[in-house]
Design a protein. Structure first.
Length: 146
């Protein structure tokens, strides 16, 4: 088995930020192309119904993370930062089910319990395998790519 180097917290944080920017730009472009102004999009994001949040933010993020990590081990941000999500035991793909589990777990932490969301993302700073709680639940690790 090839020995992998676990991804640093800084690389992971930068990848999350880059993926957030990519999603925000994609959603904004799609909304404008669909006839919505950026002012309307901003207003809907701040005061809109749960359906607006679901359609504009939750579903795109769930699909992006699940499909990219489930099929390629990486999102665009992770690829740009030279990191990948792999199985904690065998270092292979984690597949769509576990990719979705990673996404939904971290989303629940942030949506309902802010402090666990923060702790989840800071956990790699003290973990020997640099895993978040959502990595532990999904049986994954994030490693540097060659």
């Amino acid at each position: 088995m090839i020995e992998h180097v676990f991804a640093s917290w800084g690389r992971r944080a930068a990848a999350v930020a880059l993926d957030g920017l990519i999603l925000a730009l994609t959603i904004s472009i799609a909304a404008v192309a669909g006839g919505m102004s950026l002012t309307e999009l901003n207003e809907e994001a701040r005061t809109g119904s749960g359906m607006v949040a679901l359609l504009f933010f939750i579903v795109p993020e769930a699909l992006y993370d699940t499909l990219m990590i489930g099929s390629r081990n990486q999102t665009i941000g992770k690829r740009a930062l030279g990191i990948a999500v792999v199985d904690a035991g065998g270092r292979g793909r984690i597949g769509y089910r576990r990719a979705f589990l990673r996404w939904v777990t971290t989303s629940i932490f942030w949506a309902f319990w802010l402090v666990p969301g923060i702790l989840d993302h800071l956990w790699p700073l003290r973990d020997s395998r640099r895993q978040t709680w959502h990595d532990k639940l999904a049986g994954s690790v994030v490693v540097r790519t060659p």
